[in-house]
Ligand binder design. Structure first.
Ligand code: NAP
Ligand code: 3JM
Length: 335
């Protein structure tokens, strides 16, 4: 690969794809040729990469000839159809959608936690859901020391997690409301401006949403422990970038907040911001554009004998999607 890898970005014009291309450049990933792919809607558009304007191509079955790495973020339907096509051409697919995450043969990877699983891939590697990624980056080091038995998590998720249209909708609704007009509601089932929606993705038969069940099932798969009990409530908030999470854990071995803080200060990908006396705790507006998973408000859970409560924030488009995918690609090319 003297001249670098041929890398396709599927969904190159979207919120995640755009960030993916930016991160490939920022981290100087060895790209020989970048192939930006999107739908018919993007014909005539270009993406900027290392000072070059590269025309976006329409995704089709022939898009993956000679492509070595495929970064997919164009929704589950596109991945289901085209990831196997790419893999059959010898391309290693890193898929950002939920299409293959729970497949037995597909590693579900957060490099800080289970990079060792990358080499087991059979052509497709899955990137977890954004809310799962930031939670397991912080919880895994605690789990290794004290064995987590139960997790209760409530999320406060940014609109960028639903793509560019959702960000436009929040902007437009704020504008409309300040002009005393009725807000136009299209992307979400209700107005998102100045509101909180306890509803992300579709409702399932068990009364949880699919987003909530992603957190349950993906956490167990990544931490490789199906006995961990997880209860999630996922809410959408009118924030542009950065998911926040209130997380309560119960551990087998009793562990105090000081020890948790110490463990997390030395954990990869984690930044502890925990000085309540000076109003220091993680905030979405400061996590936006950064790579780390920020954690603070670390304290004893007063409702449990072996419990810890904390507040975790990370940029959902970076570590929650694009950065995690590029980190996986970096492991691939290193091995
Ligand atoms: P977005 O801003 O709406 O962008 C969607 C992208 O997919 C656009 O580039 C769009 O191209 C392309 N696309 C849509 N339908 C296509 C088709 N039939 N063929 C080819 N390209 C198509 O959405 P986003 O926020 O970037 O998210 C994209 C996907 O990534 C999501 O659906 C989700 O599955 C996944 N995602 C994962 C995470 C995570 O937690 N890991 C986070 C966010 C999103 P056009 O511009 O041509 O329409
Ligand atoms: C984040 O296929 C689709 O409609 C995409 C839905 C979606 C997902 C998903 O399920 O892949 C939107 C935003 C995710 C995700 O990361 O799970």
């Amino acid at each position: 690969m003297a001249d670098g890898y041929k890398v396709a970005v599927v969904g190159a014009t979207g919120a995640v794809g755009t960030e993916m291309i930016k991160i490939l450049e920022e981290r100087d990933f060895p790209v020989g040729k970048l192939v930006p792919l999107a739908s018919q809607r993007s014909v005539g558009r270009t993406v900027e990469f290392k000072g070059e304007s590269i025309p976006v191509k329409v995704l089709d079955k022939d898009s993956f000839r000679g492509v070595e790495i495929g970064l997919f973020s164009a929704g589950g339907t596109v991945s289901k159809e085209f990831a196997p096509v790419a893999a059959a051409e010898g391309c290693v697919v890193i898929d950002n959608t939920s299409a293959f995450r729970m497949d037995k043969d597909v590693p579900l990877v957060v490099p800080e936690v289970n990079a060792n699983r990358i080499r087991e891939h059979k052509g497709i590697i899955a990137n977890p859901n954004c809310s799962t990624i930031q939670m397991v980056v912080v919880l895994n080091p605690i789990h290794r020391v004290a064995r987590i038995r139960r997790i209760i998590v409530s999320t406060y998720q940014a609109v960028s997690g639903s793509g560019l249209k959702a960000m436009d909708e929040l902007t437009e609704q704020v504008r409309q409301l300040f002009q005393f007009k009725d807000p136009v509601v299209k992307v979400y089932p209700h107005q998102i401006a100045f509101n909180v929606l306890p509803h992300i993705d579709v409702f399932l038969d068990n009364a949880y949403t699919r987003e909530e069940m992603k957190m349950v099932n993906e956490t167990r798969k990544i931490l490789e422990d199906d006995t961990i009990r997880v209860c999630a409530t996922a809410a959408r908030v009118p924030v542009f970038y950065g998911h926040s999470e209130a997380v309560n854990i119960e551990t087998e071995k009793k562990i105090g907040p000081e020890e948790v803080r110490h463990i997390l200060m030395n954990a990869p990908g984690v930044a502890v911001e925990d000085n309540p006396e000076h109003n220091v705790y993680p905030l979405a507006i400061y996590a936006a554009g950064k790579d780390e998973c920020f954690v603070g408000r670390i304290r004893e859970d007063l409702s449990s004998d072996n419990g810890i409560a904390m507040w975790i924030v990370s940029d959902n488009i970076r570590k929650g999607a694009a950065l995690n995918a590029v980190q996986i690609a970096e492991y691939l090319v290193r091995s």
